[in-house]
Structure formats: structure tokens, C-alpha cells
Design a protein. Structure first.
Length: 402
């Protein structure tokens, strides 16, 4: 009996430590929300999200409060990768950078083209431009050790740069008109955070306390509160003078501390709160509407078209080299997986259509459709490519190296 319990605990530990765990947990929470929204419990599900918890509703706390912590983690990851990780050299940024640009431009153009005659819904042009790193890496990890390490690094780098692009889009196009007083308060908090950084303060508590003040000021200013998380991340020190090892810097300690909290609580809560959409009355009509089609085709067609054409052009012209031990078929499969746009796409949709319930419902339908089809096709292409490579190994090791 003890041996059985130990085996269960070991299996659970291996799952929680795997790259796929966060993506699988997010899939489960989103699926549960979809089931509840189309069940007899739909009214209770909606009521729970609308219930007031202090000054904000539960949904507001999740989307503006907890997601600020998610954006803090994203900001920390971007800073670490650009300054001290896989993207620290310009040569390593070219291929994923061009892929991210192509993968943001093509979906946005598809959405805009399908919504040309609707100025009200054109505001959602950026919804299909983002890739969900947890979902995409989760699907890639579920394919096992056959995935070349360089391919995982490429997808991670592309998704990180894609996240940076999404953050800039939110900041410049969806931030709102700031109020003077709270904006000044946010500026003071940033100045104090900069001082902590310059004086190499090692304790995380002062950064987090000032970060809470920054979040409050940004929330009151009219700018979307989640940007406070990104601003705080830029001020947390990555490198310290003296004998401190990199893993002991404030950035590394904060990133390591936030990772499980975000992967197994914040993102599943966000998925549960935002993926629930009724496919009942009006659902099928919305699925065929310009918003749903723009999002779904933007993610499924636009992402693979934009990413693959950009990286193929970069490699064929010599601007960049193909990731080690990866084939063109595998690169195409990864490009298709970039169409998984769950978290960021739903988040941008919440901002773009906050006052339009119908467009928001259509956005959720489009995100789910585009993401699921991207998962199905992308994972199938990769599985077939790995099977073909395995057969090539049996025939000739030289063929497998191509």
C-alpha cells in the first residue's frame, strides 16, 4: 500500500515538473468552464464570476489583479531571455523575431479584412496576433523526447518575443486615456523602483510593496492594470555586482517563486473565468460571424502563414540558420502550433470588447475554434515528421540527418 502511494506521488511529481503540466492544467480548466457554461449550472457559473469581492467583481480581480502577476512573470522571462538567456545575442533573435513579426502581422490583417465593414469590431484586430506559450510548449512536450531541443528553444524564443509584441500592442493601442493624478503616482513608484535597482537592493519585499502601489495607481489611472506587472519586471535586478550567483539575484528568485503559482493557479483561474461560452441559442450564428471567423482564421491560417513564410524567407536568404536537427516539416508543424492563442487572445478580447457582450462571446468561440484546430493539425504534422524521421533512421542514418 505504501509502495502504491509512493508510486502515485512520484508520478504526480514528474507531471508537475514537466513542461506539459501548465498547458494540460490550463486545457482542463478551460474545458471545465466550457462544460459549465453549457450545462444546468451555467447561471451559477456566471453569478459566481459577477459576485462582488470588495470594490471589484471576481472576474475583475482575476483579469486585472491576478493577471498582473502573470504579466509580471512574462516581463521577468522576457528580461532574462534578452539580457542573459537564449536571446542575448542579436544573431539568436533574428529567426524567432521575424517569425513573431510575421505571426502577428498576418492574423491581424486577416481579422481586419473580414471586419472591414464593421468599425465597431475592427477594434479587435490584435486578438489573433498572440501565441499562448503554455499551451504551445505543453503540446510540444506531450510529443516526448523526439522533439529536438533546438526546436523547443526556437518555439520558446518566438513565443517570448510574441508576448513582448502583445504587451506593446496593449500599451499603445488599448491602454486608454490616463488620469493625471494616478499617473503621477505611478511615475513616483517607478522612480523609487529604479532607485532600488540602481542601489542593487537584494530583498524582494521593497520591490513587491512598491509594485502593489504601482498596480493601484495604474488601475486608477485608466491604463490597463496588468501593465503594472510588466513595468515592475523591468525594475527587478537581473545582475548584481559582487559574489552573488545569477540564481540568487532578485529576478531569478522572483521568477522561480512565481512560476508554479502562475502555472497552476492564475492561468487555470483565468481560463476557467474566461473560456466559458454558451454554444446554445445564437452561438452558431456568432460562430459564422465576422468576429469569430476573423479570430479563428487569424489564428489557424494567419499564424502558420505568417510564421512559416517569415522564417522560410530568413533561412533561404541566409539571414538565419535552421534550428539544429530540425526539418522543414517540423518547422511548419511548430508554425501551426503558434496558432494556439488562448490566454493572450482572450485577454486582448476582454479589453477590446469589454462593453460588447456579443462580440466578446464571438471572440471566445473564435479563439477556441482557432486554437483547437491549430493543436490538432500542428501536433499531427509533428507526429508524422517524427515517424518519418524514425523510418529514415532505420533505412539510412545519413537520410535522418537531413
Amino acid at each position: 500500500m505504501n509502495r502504491g502511494r509512493h508510486r502515485i506521488r512520484s508520478t504526480l511529481r514528474r507531471f508537475l515538473d514537466s513542461e506539459a503540466a501548465g498547458g494540460v492544467t490550463l486545457m482542463f480548466s478551460a474545458g471545465l468552464a466550457l462544460i459549465l457554461a453549457n450545462s444546468p449550472f451555467a447561471e451559477g457559473y456566471a453569478h459566481a464570476l459577477e459576485s462582488e469581492l470588495g470594490p471589484l467583481s471576481a472576474l475583475h480581480w482575476i483579469n486585472d489583479g491576478l493577471m498582473s502577476i502573470f504579466f509580471l512573470l512574462v516581463g521577468l522571462e522576457i528580461k532574462r531571455e534578452l539580457l542573459d538567456g537564449h536571446l542575448r545575442q542579436w544573431s539568436a533573435r533574428i529567426l524567432p523575431g521575424l517569425g513573431a513579426l510575421g505571426g502577428m502581422a498576418a492574423p491581424s490583417l486577416i481579422f481586419a479584412a473580414l471586419n472591414t465593414h464593421s468599425p465597431e469590431t475592427q477594434r479587435g484586430w490584435a486578438i489573433p496576433s498572440a501565441t499562448d506559450i503554455a499551451f504551445a510548449l505543453g503540446v510540444l512536450s506531450l510529443l516526448g523526447d523526439r522533439v529536438p531541443a533546438a526546436l523547443k528553444v526556437f518555439l520558446t524564443a518566438l513565443a517570448i518575443l510574441d508576448d513582448l509584441g502583445a504587451i506593446l500592442i496593449i500599451a499603445f493601442f488599448y491602454a486608454g486615456q490616463p488620469a493625471a493624478g494616478p499617473t503621477l503616482g505611478a511615475g513616483v513608484a517607478l522612480f523609487l523602483l529604479l532607485g532600488l535597482n540602481l542601489f542593487e537592493v537584494r530583498r524582494l519585499t521593497p520591490y513587491l510593496m512598491l509594485g502593489a502601489v504601482l498596480w493601484y495607481c495604474v488601475e486608477k489611472s485608466g491604463i490597463h492594470a496588468t501593465l503594472a506587472g510588466v513595468l515592475l519586471a523591468t525594475m527587478v535586478p537581473l545582475r548584481l555586482s559582487g559574489p552573488d550567483l545569477d540564481e540568487h539575484t532578485p529576478l531569478h528568485r522572483l521568477e522561480n517563486g512565481l512560476n508554479p503559482f502562475v502555472a497552476f493557479l492564475i492561468l487555470p483561474l483565468f481560463g476557467f473565468a474566461n473560456a466559458g461560452v454558451s454554444i446554445g441559442e445564437g452561438g452558431f450564428a456568432e460562430a459564422a460571424g465576422a468576429v469569430s471567423l476573423g479570430v479563428a482564421l487569424g489564428l489557424f491560417v494567419g499564424k502558420q502563414l505568417g510564421v512559416f513564410s517569415a522564417i522560410a524567407l530568413a533561412i533561404s536568404t541566409g539571414l538565419a540558420v535552421r534550428p539544429t536537427r530540425s526539418s522543414w516539416m517540423q518547422l511548419y508543424g511548430v508554425s501551426v502550433l503558434c496558432g494556439i492563442g488562448f490566454t493572450m487572445s482572450l485577454f486582448i478580447g476582454q479589453i477590446a470588447f469589454e462593453a460588447d457582450a456579443g462580440a466578446l462571446r464571438a471572440t471566445k468561440i473564435g479563439v477556441l475554434a482557432g486554437s483547437l484546430t491549430s493543436i490538432a493539425l500542428g501536433s499531427s504534422i509533428l507526429w508524422l515528421s517524427f515517424a518519418a524521421k524514425a523510418r529514415a533512421v532505420l533505412r539510412s542514418p545519413e537520410d535522418a540527418a537531413e
